[in-house]
Design a protein around this ligand. Structure first.
Ligand code: SF4
Length: 383
């Protein structure tokens, strides 16, 4: 689609003027550096601004420079990322920081193609860093921009399809100005966040309303078109809470798959209808040498990840004795696990569902009978 020159000019002028007045004072905007832009853009991938802010601020205190990040052990990086989700981003960020130190003298590359070659950096993030941090006239399209373009230019095509994405990028390329490209790209995204909402867009306050075809036709809310072709997969995990002598059994998850490399309560993937508790106790006995004293089933809980619904079925195990576990590394740690005390918990990175279970596990251990009885996790017996 070719955008008329006058329309391009109008959109640029109006959006930049509007952004100057309405932009939010976000921490990566009020104090700017290429490193801060780089970190914030990776954190913002598929994550809301309000969720990212406290993580970003903590991160900058612990890893204020790319060198500090590159030198840090991956477990420390993952711990700081704990709860932010999509943990591959943290691993890629860590690897990217090492490449930046080794190959680029510790300087975030300003060139789009070099940024694109870094682990975990796609065309959106490369465009964002090149334009926002280095004023390069490089376009970007995120979910907000796709929505604004679909409406302004009346695009009735599935925005999740690669060919539509290419079309949206072609529009963005025509719109991004030579002067202030970073401000313009942020203005587009900010418009999507603050005005052009997915439902009930605030067209009356929109700086480009007189140029917006969907607004003119009154069809704003029917755009953009998004297919629901991505089928959500279901995963069931039977999870063991094994607690003995104030110590809880944990182990490291495999380096691939969901929650890769984080720590967990021992879990096994299960099919619906199979005997969960039996499979889990077999795994505990075989892998960790835990002899069982008694078990109890707690309420399952559902956790929605990007394309995955994970249901966790927790079971409480009481071993008769504490097997000696003194693992030192990698697979051995995973295979044999670690016994940790309540104060050790902060040293390990756990996905959010396990954090909640661990909290309850220590409450149970404390022997707080009243609390256990009213705990929402307790609702039926395993046997
Ligand atoms: S006029 Fe309405 S629909 Fe069009 S871009 Fe502005 S807020 Fe979105």
């Amino acid at each position: 689609m070719n955008v008329h020159k006058e329309t391009v000019k109008q959109i640029q002028v109006r959006l930049l003027r509007w952004y100057k007045k309405h932009k939010r004072p976000l921490p990566w905007r009020t104090k700017k550096s290429p490193y801060r832009t780089f970190i914030s853009e990776v954190m913002l991938q598929q994550t809301q601004i309000k969720t990212v802010i406290p993580y970003f601020e903590r991160w900058m205190k612990v890893f204020p420079t790319v060198e500090k990040l590159a030198k840090a052990p991956i477990d420390r990086v993952l711990k700081l990322w704990e709860g932010l989700g999509y943990y591959t981003r943290a691993r890629n960020l860590h690897r990217a920081s090492q490449i930046i130190v080794e190959k680029h003298g510790g300087k975030i590359p300003s060139d789009y193609e070099t940024l694109l070659s870094l682990p975990g950096i796609g065309r959106y993030t490369a465009g964002a860093v090149a334009s926002i941090a280095f004023d390069q006239p490089v376009p970007l399209v995120d979910g907000n921009v796709a929505r604004v373009f679909s409406r302004v230019f009346n695009i009735h095509k599935d925005i999740l399809k690669p060919e539509t994405q290419n079309e949206l990028y072609a529009i963005a390329y025509q719109l991004v100005p030579q002067k202030n490209p970073g401000e313009f790209n942020q203005a587009l995204m900010e418009l999507g966040s603050l005005v052009c909402f997915p439902t009930m867009p605030s067209c009356r306050t929109c700086p480009v309303s007189s140029l917006c075809i969907a607004q003119r036709k009154g069809i704003q809310e029917s755009l953009p078109i998004k297919s629901n072709s991505l089928k959500r997969k279901k995963v069931n995990l039977a999870t063991a809470i094994v607690i003995h002598a104030k110590k809880l059994l944990i182990r490291k998850r495999p380096e691939k798959g969901i929650w890769a490399g984080l720590w967990e309560l021992p879990s096994v993937a299960i099919q619906n209808g199979k005997k969960f508790e039996e499979k889990l106790s077999g795994e505990l006995k075989e892998t960790h040498g835990v002899k069982l004293k008694s078990t109890r089933a707690l309420s399952p809980s559902l956790h929605r990840l990007t394309h995955l619904d994970v249901t966790i079925y927790p079971y409480l195990f009481k071993p008769a004795s504490l097997p000696s576990l003194s693992p030192s590394n990698g697979e051995r740690v995973r295979a044999r696990g670690k016994w940790i005390t309540k104060s050790d918990v902060k040293k390990f990175s756990f996905p959010v569902p396990y954090q909640k279970l661990i909290k309850h596990a220590f409450e149970i251990q404390k022997g707080d009978r009243q609390r256990s009885l009213t705990c929402p996790l307790f609702d039926h017996d395993a046997n």
